[in-house]
Design a binder for this molecule. Structure first.
Ligand code: PLP
Length: 399
């Protein structure tokens, strides 16, 4: 039977009807699944967190959507929280991560254009990056597989490896450079963490060249690494512009492009917009989510849990060198670098009723809700252990 859905996803043959915290109940029933995908790092507070359900239902009975032709008080309230918690002075609300990146690129180019530096248009992207699926975001990431068949590459994008500083520095020094766009911790690309020293050098190089620094914290932000934003682990690394999404709405589509007043100085009415961006329903939920995630207890818990979980995962990896070679990433954005095919590992984990995500460089990612308990994390490791045992046994039978 052919599906009426466009053929763009390789879906697992599994549908869920209900979620509670870190647990998901499938259509077929039976034991629940332990969720370490969390809507790709979006359901930061787990499924159906009572505070979010209350915020959603309360707002749903008042007003959902009104358009940006009018004031939306929830936008002011969430923007005040965001700017109070990081480098930024000003916020644009969008719906998805790729839109937030799109806005960031436009803000950067407008900054230079408004100063008369119209030659400064080049966005410097980083190898292995992922910024979403709109044209500019695809061109900024430069992933050939994602661009294949979609026409000529857009002008004004170039790419460098984070491991080739000389080449990156030369691109920044180029008089046509507008901005560097980088994820402080690459998510889809393979849970790769940029070091504080690298980000500090990048910040300094951008500042001295008059080039803007854009962070894509769509996946690494909102508490995922144990700081509200991943770059806040390192002083002297603040960007000029930052894209945030995924956990910002903790399951509802909400995104934001944050900027300093200086970086956003080229923007004026008519310069950008979104029909749904920042609507009252989205803001009500995102405010409730922000207040939960930004609590010191939540971020403390993420740090403690990730340290504990990483310790257990290192032991697991040491026990299964035939399957796992490395534990990487930051906080609760965790990557296991595999010897075996990551798709096969994900399917085998599913047999243990554990959900994990894939990623570039043949990794599986663990992106549990930030609220996962220590007992649940222990359960995750036990299920991974069972996955490794089953895969090893299957390989022995095949041999
Ligand atoms: C998921 C992701 C995006 C794209 O977000 P969408 O909401 O799917 O558009 C962009 N950047 C990073 C780092 C992401 O992880």
């Amino acid at each position: 039977m052919t599906s009426p859905l466009m053929n763009v996803y390789a879906r697992a043959p599994l549908a869920f009807m209900k979620g509670e915290g870190v647990w998901l109940h499938s259509r077929e029933g039976g034991e629940p699944y332990l969720d370490c995908v969390a809507g790709v790092a979006s359901n930061a507070l787990g499924h159906c967190h009572p505070v979010l359900v209350a915020a959603l239902t309360e707002q749903a009975n008042k007003l959902w959507h009104i358009s940006n032709m009018f004031e939306v008080p929830g936008q002011d309230a969430l923007a005040a929280r965001l700017t109070g918690a990081c480098f930024a002075d000003t916020v644009f609300f969008a719906n998805t991560g790729t839109e937030a990146v799109e806005c960031a690129i436009k803000v950067a180019r407008r900054y230079h254009a408004a100063r008369g530096d119209t030659h400064r248009q080049t966005i410097i992207g980083i190898h292995g990056a992922f910024h979403g699926r709109t044209y500019a975001a695809l061109n900024a990431a430069g992933n050939a597989a994602h661009l294949d068949g979609f026409g000529a590459p857009m002008a004004g994008f170039t790419h460098r490896s984070p491991d080739d500083w000389a080449s990156l520095a030369a691109a920044i020094a180029d008089p046509a450079a507008a901005a560097v766009l980088i994820e402080p911790v690459q998510g889809e690309g393979g849970a790769r963490t940029m070091t504080g020293g690298f980000l500090e050098s990048l910040r300094a190089a951008c500042t001295s060249a008059g080039v803007l620094l854009i962070y894509d914290e769509v996946q690494s932000g909102m508490g995922r690494t144990g700081q509200l934003f991943a770059h806040q682990w390192f002083s002297g690394t603040e960007p000029d512009i930052m894209a945030v999404a995924k956990a910002l709405g903790s399951g509802l589509p909400v995104a934001a492009c944050l900027a300093t007043a200086e970086a956003a100085s080229g923007m004026a009415p008519g310069g950008h917009g979104s029909t749904f961006g920042g609507n009252p329903l989205a803001m009500a939920v995102a405010i409730a989510a922000f207040d939960e995630i930004a609590k010191p207890e939540t971020l403390d818990h993420v740090r403690a849990l990730s340290e504990h979980l990483r310790g257990s995962l290192a032991t697991l990896a040491a026990g299964w060198p035939n399957l796992i070679t490395e534990v990487r990433g930051k906080g609760l954005l965790i990557g296991l670098k595999l010897v075996v095919n990551n798709r096969a590992f994900i399917a085998a984990a599913r047999e243990q009723r554990l959900l994990v995500a894939g990623g570039g460089d043949n990794i599986v990612r663990l992106l549990p809700p930030l609220t996962m308990s220590f007992a649940e994390a222990h359960d995750v490791v036990a299920r991974l252990e069972a996955t490794c045992a089953a895969m090893t046994a299957a390989a022995e039978v095949a041999a």
